[in-house]
Write a protein that binds this ligand. Structure first.
Ligand SMILES: Nc1ncnc2c1ncn2[C@@H]1O[C@H](COP(=O)(O)OP(=O)(O)O)[C@@H](O)[C@H]1O
Ligand SMILES: [Mg+2]
Length: 297
């Protein structure tokens, strides 16, 4: 699907007509819009995020494409049923759903922690089961609910991924990674012993970023954190979206978190996608699982 034509007049809210003047942003539906009546007044130029009809389809090829992904247990019980989903580059997809609905299984398939069937998951159009598994995991980083750090210092942890490629991060690169994870430079020489869970999660995030991933999978990354650490991580995820243009898939138990961070939300129930919509539209859903999630939030 193509983007909107430039100079198109768009009625935003029934009152203010805007003229699309320039496409901006990295793989996102961002347009510079000028309020029509005040076209010559540049102070009124602002950036808009104008969605296409299909929230999961951009004018670019999808970063991740999932086609009829399914999984059964050895005893034949359904875990995931014919999941199909396109995720555009630079967007954040939120996934919510009751416990046991298949969220972690879906995420784990995307970096082959669980090996999906051939030709069911594509990264930049390539079947991930045909790619080198280590390169898939580098390109598609993952952060779990509980951070699992190695012993040693935080610098050791950051250098782990690069060292597997016989590379070493410079001091500046490490500082930059810490900055993304909202940690200051003094952390580099600190031991991982004695870090709080929130700090450990931020180190785990910085360690994942050290591999320079294109896609970030986050499996309930704040569910073990206190409210302040949760806010820190949420801020960090938003920064990664804005500054690095990463494609992010966020599994969350928190509807509020998804509404704060995600561009699009998918609701999973019993291994099926039962709703795909904008977070702000979720309250219109009549699906009983979504109603229950809304009532519980
Ligand atoms: N390796 C496995 N063997 C059998 N059942 C599994 C396996 N992995 C997950 N399941 C089952 O699949 C369902 C979905 O699990 P999961 O993806 O972890 O859900 P969620 O992350 O939404 O809580 C659960 O019922 C779980 O017990
Ligand atoms: Mg899970």
């Amino acid at each position: 699907m193509g983007g909107r034509p430039l100079n198109e007049l768009v009625d935003l809210d029934g009152m203010s007509k805007v003229q699309l003047s320039e496409v901006t942003g990295e793989g996102r539906h961002a347009y510079k819009a000028i309020e029509h009546e005040q076209e010559d007044n540049l102070e009124h130029v602002h950036l808009l995020h104008i969605p296409e009809d299909n929230p999961l389809t951009s004018n670019k090829a999808p970063k991740i494409s999932i086609k009829d992904l399914h999984r059964y247990t050895d005893s034949g019980d359904l875990i995931l049923s014919e999941i199909s989903l396109d995720i555009s580059a630079g967007s954040v997809l939120g996934i919510i759903g009751p416990s046991g609905s298949g969220k972690s299984t879906l995420l784990r398939a995307i970096n082959r922690l669980w090996e999906p069937p051939p030709a069911s998951i594509f990264l930049d159009g390539n079947d991930i089961t045909m790619l080198d598994v280590i390169s898939v995991r580098r390109r598609v980083g993952m952060l779990f609910q509980l951070p699992a750090l190695f012993g040693g210092t935080i610098a050791d942890n950051l250098n782990y991924g690069p060292s597997l490629k016989e590379e070493e991060l410079s001091h500046e690169q490490m500082i930059e990674l810490l900055r993304y994870a909202d940690l200051d430079a003094t952390f580099l020489s600190k031991s991982v012993v004695g870090l709080s869970v929130g700090q450990s999660q931020r180190v785990a995030l910085a360690r994942t970023l050290a591999n320079n991933p294109e896609v970030l999978l986050l499996d309930e990354p704040t569910s073990a954190l206190d409210p302040v650490s949760t806010q820190n991580i949420e801020g960090t995820i938003l920064n990664l979206k804005m500054q690095k243009g990463l494609t992010i898939i966020l599994v969350s138990h928190s509807l509020k978190q998804v509404q704060k961070i995600a561009d699009v939300v998918c609701v999973l129930a019993d291994g099926n996608i039962v709703e795909t919509t904008y977070p702000s539209e979720l309250h219109h859903s009549t699906h009983p699982v979504v109603r229950r999630l809304l009532e519980a939030s």
